[in-house]
Design a protein around this ligand. Structure first.
Ligand code: GLN
Length: 493
């Protein structure tokens, strides 16, 4: 196996034993990038000079025999929604095409503290709005398992580069499913931690009551290691919560004896692909064989999650995106006739179709006369969705569902129909409304070879049970070990 195929924990051992250097490891990632990026197109920006510098700094630590943290020297890719000091951060939007943040997001500072190596910034749907990464203003990312299909979204680049072994792990963001869904579609592990678990200082805001940063990794152990590095209260983000951060590796226990797993009937209804249903059912049965008890549960307001999400998220987005006015930073139109014209043209030229659609939806939902009918109503329904989960967690410890109703679909298949695209989020948005942590783990492959994800959910701040369940499943199955064979396309797609 080449170095780029290994996990964080395997590589840490090799670095510690000085079998390899971080510089060698980083070089092996860039060699892999040269090989597969023409086909996958997961990166928007590569930061090789900086990465090699960070890698040699990590090497100095290892050579001096220092006790180095688990992410020291580990190549990590960062979704382009996370601010990186002096490194272009576009959010995959034309409006931020020339934006170099003057500061680092808190998660970046935390990664640097561990001496991690940033490889580059990954492609995404513009402003994280989308489920296929086709809404990027720059390029389409291809799913490494089948280059004609989408990698999911909005963190499609971050998922694809981990699946393609062109990063060891990555960070993404999840507002309504943007970590869990692409993780499922690319056959990797993706976790959205509890709302408030990780600082969002320096995360470019989409919908502030939902946004959360989280990791993509090749296995559950790596997920715990990345979480350890990035969680915790941050004085720079008042929405981060001051709860103790456990050592998440202590939750890597291969045992689900006595765990009660709820299987919500609403998630196995019409619209769920038959092969996905079968694979997820057998994954849940596997957990039962391993000692968990299963219980059918009901989350009766599930059906309203999408409609509610597509009021609340656009409403918040319309407010958050008001700052892109061409005045302070980002793109500005060339020759405006006056100030109003400058605003109008800057935004017309700078934002893509989907972003404009969301701004219009959100502005409408918040406008005088409609606010009660839409926005306030949506907030009430959100509370009902959360109450469903509260009631369910009285009876069960974990909830298990499919992550996505279908495997990856063909590029272009849903771009003409926004509603079809929105339906991708049917299984992920409910937990987002409730602020719950969720993980997607690979649970098999459909006949065409595309991966399928099992979604596990727990009560807020119980990432430990989530990791324990996912780890037990992984230790007793081998779906996460399968790698895609990436066809050579010479950049023709
Ligand atoms: N697909 C959802 C949307 O388009 C979720 C995106 C996200 O989680 N950032 O809004």
């Amino acid at each position: 196996m080449s170095l780029n195929q290994l996990t964080v924990h395997e590589l840490h051992e090799k670095l510690k034993e000085r079998e390899i250097t971080a510089v060698e490891l980083t070089e092996s990632i860039y060699a892999r990038i040269d090989e597969v990026e023409p086909s996958v197109k997961g990166y928007l920006t590569l930061t090789k000079t900086l990465a090699l510098e960070q890698a040699s700094n990590a090497d100095v630590g290892f050579q001096n025999g220092n006790e180095m943290p688990p992410l020291a020297g580990i190549p990590i890719a960062i979704k382009d929604v996370i601010c990186t000091k002096d490194v272009r951060t576009t959010c995959a939007s034309k409006i931020l095409s020339n934006f170099k943040p003057p500061y680092d997001a808190t998660v970046m500072a935390k990664l640097q503290k561990q001496n991690a190596v940033m490889i580059g910034k990954t492609n995404m749907d513009e402003f994280a709005m989308g489920s296929s990464t086709e809404n990027s203003a720059y390029q389409i990312t291809h799913n490494p398992w089948d280059l004609e299909t989408i990698p999911g979204g909005s963190s499609g680049g971050s998922a694809a580069v981990v699946a393609a072994d062109s990063a060891i792990c990555s960070l993404g963001s999840d507002t309504g499913g943007s970590i869990r869904q692409p993780a499922a579609l690319c056959g990797v592990v993706g976790m959205k931690p509890t709302y408030g678990r990780i600082s969002r200082y320096g995360l470019i805001a989409f919908a502030s009551s939902l946004d959360q940063i989280g990791p993509f990794t090749k296995d559950v152990t790596d997920c715990a290691l990345v979480l350890n590095a990035i969680c915790g209260k941050d004085p720079l983000d008042s929405t981060s919560v001051d709860v103790p951060v456990p050592d998440f590796t202590e939750s890597l226990i291969n045992d689900v004896q006595g765990l009660r797993i709820g299987v919500p009937k609403e998630y196995f209804a019409e619209g769920l692909d038959a092969e996905v249903a079968e694979l997820v059912h057998s994954a849940i049965q596997k957990l039962e064989q391993l000692g968990a008890s299963l219980e059918e549960i009901s989350l009766p307001h599930t059906d309203f999650a999408i409609a509610t999400y597509y009021i609340i998220a656009p409403a918040e987005a319309s407010a958050n995106l008001a700052r892109y006015d061409g005045v302070r930073y980002g793109y500005r139109t060339e020759e405006p006739v006056d100030l109003i014209d400058m605003y109008k043209k800057t935004r017309t030229e700078g934002f893509g179709q989907e972003v404009k659609r969301r701004i219009m939806l959100g502005t409408f939902a918040l406008s005088a006369g409609y606010q009660d009918a839409y926005y306030r109503k949506a907030q009430k329904v959100r509370t009902l969705i959360k109450s469903d989960f509260d009631a369910a967690f009285e009876k069960v410890d974990v909830i298990a569902t499919p992550t996505s109703p279908t495997p990856a679909f063909k590029i272009g298949e849903r771009t003409a129909d926004p509603l079809q695209m929105y339906l991708c989020d049917v299984m992920t948005t409910p937990a987002s409304h409730a602020g719950l942590p969720g993980i997607s783990v690979p649970c098999g492959y459909v006949k065409s070879g595309l991966p399928v994800g099992l979604q596990l959910l727990t009560p807020p701040f119980d990432e430990e049970t989530l990791l324990r369940t996912a780890y037990t499943y992984q230790q007793n199955t081998d779906h996460h070990l399968k790698r895609p064979i990436i066809a050579k396309t010479e950049g023709k797609i």
